[in-house]
Ligand binder design. Structure first.
Ligand SMILES: C[S@@+](CC[C@H](N)C(=O)[O-])C[C@H]1O[C@@H](n2cnc3c(N)ncnc32)[C@H](O)[C@@H]1O
Length: 376
């Protein structure tokens, strides 16, 4: 039976996530994008495949039932107590209720949590409050319309498990993957991140190239669902692991990260090793100014250069512009024919580096609005 699932994504990544979801195939087809969410339907194994394979998504939610309208706690309770929570919440186990409310008559999250807990008790479940790692029910109300879901991911999916070492200002793994996918990266040509920091873009590029499921080394919320079909889940993981092992035996392009800071190089190497991708990608200690002229087939650059808070004006702005102009020129001169992309916080900096045309994607990184631009 096909049922609806909701993928929670960072704002600005809805389109790239929707495309990634459609590419899962196996009965997963149409997607509907909303602000920070992509709704899709799929067969029984879709929830397992989505959690294991999606690179750009923060979490997968399983709606307890269709969206409904409620203006009072009584109306809200009447609906949520009829939903089959016993499918997703084990007996005797406490839960966490995560509620967000916008433009609803029922706005008191304490009251909403209480109504949810009462509904769980009504269905013979514990309803006790529990901490972070417990099964979570996600409640979202917008303009008196509610969706109430079981969180199938557990901790956010950006936590792949490999990134223990960090350098300055690391990218979220989900954002790094979204940038790569938006640039059309499939692993069919060389890749370079010349300012790689802790190596997130390199690790994600290597992971995509080798079809390594991003969730291979982590656990998921759905593994505690009473309705978990262990055989189907094992089969999904087993097939994914085989495909990755098969891909590792095939020829791969050069995937390289470089950074001028020793600490970043160390962090990137240890992260790649932990991801099982140490032999797939190379991390060099090298300044972007020293990028050698490319000889082989043209490839892809995606770079996340350093930037502080928004640069107002004056000397700092001049020096940042100067740096972006200089490294933009180096990349264009040394890597002719390569597709060059950068994540930029400022139109002015992007232009200094050689950006032309409209950004490929706009989102935010650590609270700063950023755009993925192509350098010509
Ligand atoms: C914003 S961080 C990159 C973060 C990275 N994307 C990650 O996820 O960890 C920018 C990196 O650029 C490096 N960097 C700064 N100037 C450089 C230069 N001239 N050549 C090479 N790397 C440089 C810094 O050491 C820092 O690690």
């Amino acid at each position: 039976m096909n049922s609806d699932l909701i993928a929670v994504v960072a704002r600005g990544l809805e389109k790239v996530a929707a495309k990634e979801i459609r590419a899962l195939g196996g009965g997963i087809g149409k997607t509907r994008e909303d602000r920070g969410r992509v709704v899709f339907a799929g067969p029984d194994d879709a929830v397992y495949r989505a959690n294991l394979h999606l690179r750009t998504v923060e979490r997968i939610l399983v709606p307890g039932g269709p969206a409904f309208e409620a203006k009072t706690a009584i109306q809200f309770s009447a609906v949520v107590r009829e939903l089959p929570w016993e499918n997703w919440i084990p007996r005797g186990v406490g839960v966490r209720i995560a509620a967000t409310v916008r433009g609803c008559d029922l706005y008191h999250t304490g009251l909403i949590g209480e109504a949810m807990r009462e509904a769980l008790v009504y269905r013979g479940l514990s309803g006790e409050e529990a901490e972070e790692s417990a099964p979570t029910i996600d409640v979202r109300g917008t303009g008196n319309v509610w969706t109430v879901c079981a969180d199938a991911s557990g901790g956010s999916l950006h936590r792949r498990g490999y990134r223990k070492a960090t350098a300055k200002a690391p990218l979220r793994e989900t954002l790094a993957a979204a940038l790569l996918l938006r640039c059309g990266w499939t692993g069919d040509r060389p890749f370079l991140d010349p300012m790689c920091g802790s190596g997130t873009l390199v690790a994600e590029a290597a992971s995509i190239a080798t079809e390594r499921p991003p969730g291979l080394d982590r656990s998921f919320g759905f593994e505690t669902f009473p309705n978990l079909d262990v055989d189907v889940w094992r089969d999904v993981v087993g097939r994914a692991r085989l495909r990755h092992e098969e891909r590792l035996r095939q020829p791969l392009p050069e995937i390289v990260g470089a950074d001028s800071a020793k600490g970043s190089v160390r962090a990137a190497r240890s992260n790649l090793g932990r991801a099982g991708l140490g032999d797939v990608a190379t991390i060099l200690e090298r300044r972007i100014q020293d990028t050698p002229p490319a000889t082989g087939e043209p490839g892809l650059v995606v770079v996340n250069p350093p930037y502080g808070r928004r640069i107002a004006a004056g000397r700092d702005a001049d020096s940042a512009r100067g740096e972006w102009t200089a490294w933009g020129r180096v990349l264009r001169e040394r890597l002719p024919g390569w597709a060059l992309h950068a994540l930029s916080p400022e139109k002015e900096l992007a232009t200094a580096a050689g950006a032309t045309g409209r950004p490929l994607l706009r989102t935010s990184n650590g609270g700063i609005p950023v755009a993925l631009v192509e350098l010509a």
